[in-house]
Design a protein around this ligand. Structure first.
Ligand code: SAM
Ligand code: SF4
Length: 339
């Protein structure tokens, strides 16, 4: 062995033997929409001083890459509304260029995508998730509280034209989009996009009872199976979705079922909020403050040990319950932790 070689970094492995190779980083809690299942109508957003600067976010991501993270997903809030967010993507591309990172991906509502699609590709982004719950402009306005479907469709088209592999994420909402499931699938597959349905999760208090929104995906799948021939697929993106191939369209449908099937046993991820709070599990309150060690020292040593200490207490899993009048699993809304 070369005596001058740097010591091999101990990979991040949690107490259950799961290697943590995937970090989802929320770059803002703000959003240009207020989706009814994600935010309440009058949200209080964080003061700017609490939010990590783009330089701090870059340092934080670099620390995770140094600890063996192979994939980073940028999310929010709406990541593309953060001023100058592209400088972060440009910064992260250096890890892609030298091969210390496999992938930088993005989850977006698509409203600003038409402006940024090309630049994302230039920064090495290859895959993006775009959230879209309906193709009806009025229903879209309703579910996002004021969003413009046309802007999102223009964003999706621009992303696809720029060469991004687009996946559509659709939250299944009872009485809202179950009757559109088939047309959403046909629309997405007709454009070469995979589509993943997500069960609504009990995160953050809401004006409405969650039980009114919850639609088990077992029901939705049965509905789709009455029109489509679906066979389980071995396709996996490293995420929690279980995929099915659809014979009629040649496309894939994913199902993310945190409620009806717990997917925690293969969890390979952690989440960092825009204030530098590391959540080891989306559905649990335990967290570690990374902002303090990040701001305390220009050396990364305190930050790295804070990350290691946190991973050492990653819980086995979540225990979401959606029952009438049940309290949310966490006080924080999804825009805080990032999807
Ligand atoms: N603004 C971006 C977007 O909408 O894609 C990124 C952040 S958003 C919080 C990420 C994903 O979380 C979206 O697909 C959204 O539909 C989903 N989401 C938000 N609240 C949710 C909830 N309570 N249950 C399940 N999914 C939720
Ligand atoms: Fe914004 Fe995304 Fe939450 Fe909708 S789901 S309010 S677009 S952060």
């Amino acid at each position: 062995m070369n005596a001058h070689a740097p010591p091999a970094v101990q990979p991040l492995v949690d107490p259950f033997g799961r290697a943590i190779a995937y970090v989802r980083v929320s770059v803002t809690d703000r959003c240009d929409y207020r989706c009814v299942y994600c935010m309440s109508e009058d949200m209080n957003f964080l003061p700017k001083r609490d939010v990590l600067s783009l330089e701090e976010l870059d340092r934080l991501c670099a620390a995770f890459v140094g600890l063996g993270a192979r994939r980073i997903r940028i999310t929010g809030g709406e990541p593309l509304v953060r001023r100058n967010v592209m400088s972060l993507f440009h910064g992260l591309s250096r890890h892609l260029a030298v091969g210390t990172l496999d992938e930088v991906t993005l989850t977006t509502n698509g409203s600003q995508l038409a402006r940024f699609a090309r630049e994302l590709v230039d920064c090495g982004v290859k895959r993006i998730n775009v959230s879209l719950d309906t193709l009806d402009p009025l229903k879209f306005r309703h579910v996002t509280r004021w969003g413009d479907l046309g802007a999102v469709l223009a964003g999706v088209n621009a992303g696809s034209a720029a060469g991004l592999k687009v996946k559509i994420n659709t939250v299944a909402l009872k009485g809202f989009n179950e009757d559109e499931a088939l047309s959403l699938v046909e629309w997405a597959h007709g454009r070469g996009f995979d589509l993943t349905f997500i069960e609504v999760m009990p995160l953050g208090a809401m004006e409405r009872d969650r039980a009114d929104q919850f639609l088990p995906l077992t029901e939705l799948r049965a509905r789709l199976e009455s029109s489509l021939s679906m066979t389980p697929s071995s396709y996996a993106t490293g995420g929690p979705a279980r995929y099915y191939n659809v014979k009629e369209t040649g496309g894939r449908i994913g199902f993310i079922t945190p409620l009806t099937h717990n997917f925690c046993e293969n969890c390979n991820r952690v989440r960092v909020t825009c204030t530098g709070t590391l959540y080891m599990c989306l559905g649990q309150e335990d967290a570690a403050d990374l902002r303090e060690p990040l701001r305390r020292s220009t050396s990364d040593a305190p930050l790295l040990s804070a990350i290691r200490a946190a991973i050492a207490r990653k819980p086995k899993g979540h225990d979401f319950v959606i029952a009438r009048s049940a309290s949310p699993a966490t006080e924080r809304h999804m825009n805080t932790t990032g999807g």
